[in-house]
Ligand binder design. Structure first.
Ligand code: TYM
Length: 333
């Protein structure tokens, strides 16, 4: 008998345009897996509203994100691509899991602490219980792996803890998922401040490269990237965070090791190194940008993809939700 395929699932919030960080930390590792795994990827719009969004921008970005997923190599015939809010089971299981997550656990989440510091005037309940919804996103599909960047590790671990607690009471309802974090690229840092993560919200500072940035912009951002006062290319994240980050990016897009990169740029200053990294990124992103722009013009195609995706996702999600409702004691509809 043929062995059942393993399952992978991940999502990204359309709270900003996709960045080189999310590409290298997450999406790049999704595209290669479609043959081996049953794959579910979604636009996490429910998560996006934990921070105030402009509705017109949120709608536009959600569709752009879908076009970009496909342009990054996620073939909709082989991957289930959907919009989170189209599959109502996420919000429903999210509520149930709220009741199995502890105040103390949620209080310890670094993302909650960071975001509430940055949005002091809007520390809403959704921001606090966000990991319960994320746990629901994951557990509905019983995935084996959740491919994410390093900053989501803590949330996947909490999902594990919630699933274990639930299973402890009701028997084996949820499969315990493992985070799948790449060796190179799990934490891409800002080009303007290499001690902080490259993020969607910090694009104004010149530290963030967007997937859709034109080549001139990318070239400029890398030329201006912050390095150090030395002149040699060497990997040492503690002492040389800027150069090490650029090496990570170069390694992730070219597949070269840190030793190979040091050898390639030996005796050459940052004036040669920085534009070379920029060029490599430009060439990696060029086909993605071109294909995503083309797809964005075909709204009917995108609609077909997200509708079919939601239908398939909903079917799988409903099976898990029904089981959960039965276990906790809800009367069947
Ligand atoms: P989000 O939208 O902040 O980020 C999306 C993905 O990109 C990764 N990432 C990075 N990786 C490396 N370097 C960076 N600078 C960088 N910035 C972002 C993130 O680790 C993530 O994998 N809560 C999630 C979205 C989500 C989700 C889920 C993920 C909702 N439900 C269920 C997995 C499973 C988030 O906010 O990611």
């Amino acid at each position: 008998m043929e062995e059942a395929k393993k399952t992978m699932l991940s999502g990204i919030k359309p709270s900003g345009d996709l960045t080189l960080g999310s590409y290298l930390g997450a999406i790049k590792n999704w595209a290669a897996r479609a043959e081996e795994y049953d794959c579910y990827y979604f636009m996490a719009d429910l998560h996006a509203i934990t921070v105030r969004q402009n509705p017109v921008d949120l709608r536009r970005r959600t569709l752009e994100q879908l076009a970009q997923y496909i342009a990054c190599g996620l073939d909709p015939e082989k991957n289930t691509l959907f919009i989170q809010s189209h599959v109502h089971q996420h919000a429903e299981l999210g509520w149930v899991l709220n009741c199995y997550a502890m105040f103390g656990e949620l209080s310890r989440m670094t993302q909650f602490k960071d975001k509430s510091a940055k949005n002091a005037d809007n520390i809403n309940g959704g921001l606090f219980t966000y990991p319960c919804l994320m746990a629901a996103d994951i557990l509905l599909y019983q995935p084996d792996y959740v491919p994410v960047g390093d900053d989501q590790r803590q949330h996947v671990e909490l999902c594990h803890a919630i699933a274990r607690r639930f299973n402890g009471v009701y028997g084996d309802v949820f499969k315990l998922p493992e985070p799948y974090i790449p060796k190179v690229g799990a934490r891409i840092m800002s080009l303007s401040d290499p001690t902080s993560k490259m993020s969607k919200s910090e694009e104004e500072n010149g530290g963030t490269v967007l997937l859709m940035d034109p080549p001139e912009t990318i070239a400029r951002l890398f030329k201006r990237a912050v390095t150090d006062s030395e002149t040699f290319v060497h990997y040492d994240p503690a002492r040389k965070p800027g150069v090490s980050n650029l090496m990570t990016i170069y390694s992730a897009v070219t597949g070269k090791s840190y030793d190979e990169i040091e050898a390639e740029f030996a005796g050459q200053g940052y004036g040669v190194f920085k534009p070379a990294v920029g060029e490599a990124v430009i060439e990696t992103l060029r086909p993605i940008r071109e294909e995503a722009s083309r797809l964005m013009k075909d709204k009917a195609y995108l609609e077909g993809v997200y509708r079919a995706g939601a239908e398939k996702a909903s079917h799988i999600a409903e099976k898990t939700l029904r089981k959960v409702y039965k276990k906790v004691g809800f009367v069947a509809r």
